[in-house]
Ligand binder design. Structure first.
Ligand code: TGC
Ligand code: FAD
Length: 392
């Protein structure tokens, strides 16, 4: 892969809206990505391997639980800092951002918000330091967009719970030390349980043959009469709203992350267009290429403002789930379109691993589907503005 020469686009001076702490967090992550992630990521993606070697560094830049208080090992940062970390990581690769999203928003977030003091003390510091990796099991073979129909269930056996069922498409499951698993009790109420690797009857087979998110490891979670200790139940919240609230946090981070991928594609295409000569001129001088680049920077700028404003609302505790859905949907679609256009600007070179664009493009095909598909987020907006439910 070519050297990482990334220069962040900021057409409207959105930097002026950031505090010194935000800029420091962002620049630290940016430098870490340039130095540690960019030089190796293409090779790992081509080989379809997760670069475990990056886990320690991710912890050091605060990517695991950025907003979790320092007393539990987190970085104690605000929501805009969290977003900027996700932006910079996904600028490098969506799969690496995925690892940080899952660890922070889907594992640490529910333990912090729904767990008791003993659970927080036991799990959060190890997750923040990267000593332990976590995963989040909501999706099942027969229930993706409709998690409320889940079949995974547990029974109260007096001194423990007995868990049975299966989850699929679970990021990090084959390497995870713990899984936050959503399952129904005998009354059909959804609860979260912490399942630890090594519990008898618990296995995590890897999912192969992915053309997308190749540097992220994905697998299943199989529960065959797993005895889960009672102290592993997350008692703070139950019902479908409990996992969906975790998704709010992850979807928020993804809206920033997708922006990072779009910025990288735009920056790469702009540089290439100025350097590549055809018909005696740099291709950047042709109107058709300028149209592509001008539209890209317009969409990136709109997304930067949308995302920053969402961050302010999130910091104030005022960001609604529907507002988060709008940003996730808009920014991922925007990034996908930019990746496709940017790839064309690079001509044949665009399909190679010498540049990051094709990898971003393939990665974003997962990002547009996970954490709620493009369609589902549109229906969430539809429901919010009309009051009418078009899901069922
Ligand atoms: P519905 O009846 O609408 O809602 C059930 C209860 O949940 C509440 N609720 C929410 N609460 C918090 N945050 C949200 N975003 C919420 N959305 C709904 C709702 O108020 C209700 O509460 P209550 O107290 O009245 O019971 O549920 P529904 O069955 O009609 O489904 C609604 C729908 C389709 C929007 C929802 O199920 C959905 O979002 N589906 C998409 C599923 C999804 O996003 N799965 C993601 C799996 S995790 C993942 O993909 C990780 S990838 C990670 C990576 O690698 O980065
Ligand atoms: P389906 O729900 O079967 O949807 C198929 C199509 O039907 C989609 O286009 C959808 O938009 C459409 N559709 C569905 N319902 C409606 C409707 N009511 N109206 C209109 N259209 C509809 N899950 C986890 O729990 N944890 C993870 O860590 C995780 N990581 C993932 C990593 C990867 C790489 C991928 C690809 C997925 C991951 N997922 C994870 C699962 C992801 O959240 C689901 O794939 C997603 O929610 C969609 O579910 P599905 O694939 O079953 O598609």
């Amino acid at each position: 892969m070519k050297p990482d020469l990334f220069q962040a686009p900021d057409y409207y001076g959105v930097d002026d809206l950031l505090s010194e702490e935000h800029k420091l967090v962002r620049d630290t992550t940016r430098e870490w990505v340039k130095k540690n992630l960019s030089p190796i990521i293409e090779d790992y993606a081509q080989r379809s391997k997760f670069p475990e070697v990056l886990v320690g560094g991710l912890a050091e830049v605060g990517a695991f639980g950025p907003y979790i208080p320092e007393e539990y090992g987190g970085a104690g940062l605000d929501q805009i800092s969290y977003g900027l970390i996700m932006q910079e990581l996904e600028r490098g690769d969506s799969g690496i951002r995925s690892t940080a999203s899952v660890q922070s928003s889907l594992v640490m977030w529910p333990i912090f918000n729904y767990g008791n003091e003993a659970q927080k003390k036991k799990y959060l510091p190890k997750l923040a330091s990267g000593e332990w990796i976590g995963c989040f099991g909501l999706t099942e073979p027969n229930h993706g967009s409709n998690p409320g129909g889940m079949e995974t269930k547990y029974k109260d056996m007096g001194d423990h719970y007995l868990l049975n069922g299966a989850k699929m498409w679970i990021s990090n499951s084959p390497i995870a030390n713990i899984a936050v698993v959503w399952a129904k009790n005998e009354e059909g109420r959804i609860h979260g349980l912490i399942v630890e690797r090594g519990m008898e009857g618990f296995s995590t087979p890897e999912t192969h043959n992915k053309w997308s998110l190749r540097a992220s490891i994905t697998g299943e979670l199989i529960f065959d009469n797993v005895k889960v200790p009672k102290e592993n139940l997350l008692e703070g919240k139950s019902g479908l709203g409990a996992p969906l609230k975790c998704l709010d946090s992850a979807r928020y981070g993804i809206s920033w992350g997708a922006l990072g991928a779009a910025m990288d594609c735009y920056d790469t295409a702009l540089r290439y267009a100025k350097e590549r000569t055809q018909f005696g001129k740099p291709i950047a001088q042709f109107q058709l290429q300028q149209k592509k680049l001008a539209e890209m920077i317009t969409e990136i700028t709109k997304a930067q403002l949308l995302t920053w404003r969402l961050g302010v609302l999130k910091n104030e505790g005022r960001a609604s789930s529907a507002q988060i859905s709008m940003a996730k949907r808009n920014n991922v679609e925007m990034a996908l379109k930019i990746a496709r256009e940017a790839r064309q600007i690079l001509g044949g070179m665009g399909i190679t691993g010498d540049y990051s664009i094709m990898r971003h493009s393939m990665n974003l095909e997962s990002v547009v589907t996970y954490e709620g598909t493009h369609d589902i987020h549109l229906l969430i907006t539809g429901l919010d503005i009309t009051g009418l439910n078009a899901f069922k």
